[in-house]
Design a protein around this ligand. Sequence first.
Ligand SMILES: Cc1cc2nc3c(=O)[nH]c(=O)nc-3n(C[C@H](O)[C@H](O)[C@H](O)COP(=O)(O)O)c2cc1C
Length: 452
Amino acid sequence: MSQEIALNAFTMNALSHLSPGTWRHPRDEGKRYVDIDYWMDVAVTLERGLIDVVFFADVLGVYDVFGDSPDAAIRNGVQFPLNDPYSVIPAMAAVTENLGFAMTAAVSYEHPYPFARRMSSLDHVTKGRLGWNVVTGYLKSGAVNFGVSDQEAHDRRYDIAEEYLEVCYKLWEKSWDEDARSADVSSGVFADPTKIHPIDHHGEFFRVPGIHLAEPSPQRTPVIYQAGASSRGVEFAARHAEGIFVAAQSKVALATQISALRSAIEAAGRPANEIKIVNQQTVIVAETDAEAHKLFEEYLENASSEGALTLMSGWTGIDFSRLGLDTTFRDQEGNAIQSVIKAFSSADPTREWTIREIAEHVRIGGDGPVFVGSPQTVADQLETWVDETGVDGFNLAAAVVPEAWTQIVDLLVPEMQKRGRYKTNYATGTLREKLGGDARIAPTHPASQVTL
Ligand SMILES: Cc1cc2nc3c(=O)[nH]c(=O)nc-3n(C[C@H](O)[C@H](O)[C@H](O)COP(=O)(O)O)c2cc1C
């Protein structure tokens, strides 16, 4: 039987995520992102569709590279205003039993000691349904608020990330022995001090001598996701990621990226086929192709090209307001997300992009591809991408919310189930178990191998 396809919902605790301007659409409820009831409803809808994980993107800065100013981001509501994803996950977990939660958090700003405790706390309250998307940050506008003049250079950010993870792994995996907590009322001993160890970490970037304040959560280490795609990013993902997500525009680019990732995972001594790779993907689904295309036209009427170039400028570190709309975008160095530059230049040698084409493409679905059609049409496309590229599934981004989620859950999922390409029940256990592993991270993973 053909492989089941993994589906995540890709979102952000913001007015809009990857389709700038669509908040103006009369049915869009993105403006309710400040309302916890909104997020609880989203969680219930996604679980009804057996969606694997709700994946929260996050950044800690404003998109101010376009025109060297935050004005376009503020005017168009481009990933702004933006709340902390941490704030909505517990409420979403309380109204669901199986939906996973992946939270993006950068290693560049917050110290690993409090961060590791926040992750343990979330893994406890979600009953082991937490994932962490490890990012290195790309916005200077975020970095400067931490008292530095600029963000660290691209590859140096990954050096920091390596050590950051080492500190977290020590706290999560090694500070508490499995039997440290006895909670023995008769002896009056809650936990055995000889079984809780200071991690005594003294590295280049961090010094953490003490013990982990949180007791071990169901997964200890949350499921580790990573989205770096530069050569340094691939090396990092190959070592640490249990799930990788990419944003390829075409099957050619995706297939190339996937074979490079799988080879790098093997070279890192880890089982390449057990690491799930998902591609960013926007789908617009209606009962018929014609209705779906009508919806797409409606969404486009509300989408913002300026907002799209504001996103691209932030992602690449290149000010798109200075580039002529009819010039071709070329591969170049940047100190932000190198893979986004490549995606619109060298990733697919058969495709050249002008700035205008990039603006038109990115305004719905950002830097990922968009499929529009009936459930049959979109399922055909998803299946073809999986079968021809070796991708495991998709991080589905929404254009207009929450109707994107109901289109997916009520139309697309049943069609994929009919074809035997989507599960009909959640697996039991923690998120890591639902994704095919054990509750605790694999022995081949560096988190298991870290020593004190
Ligand atoms: C599909 C995709 C989604 C990403 N989402 C985020 C995000 O939400 N927040 C963030 O700070 N970085 C995000 N990133 C950035 C990466 O995680 C990484 O830090 C960045 O790509 C720099 O690494 P690279 O040059 O190796 O790609 C994303 C990257 C990709 C490719």
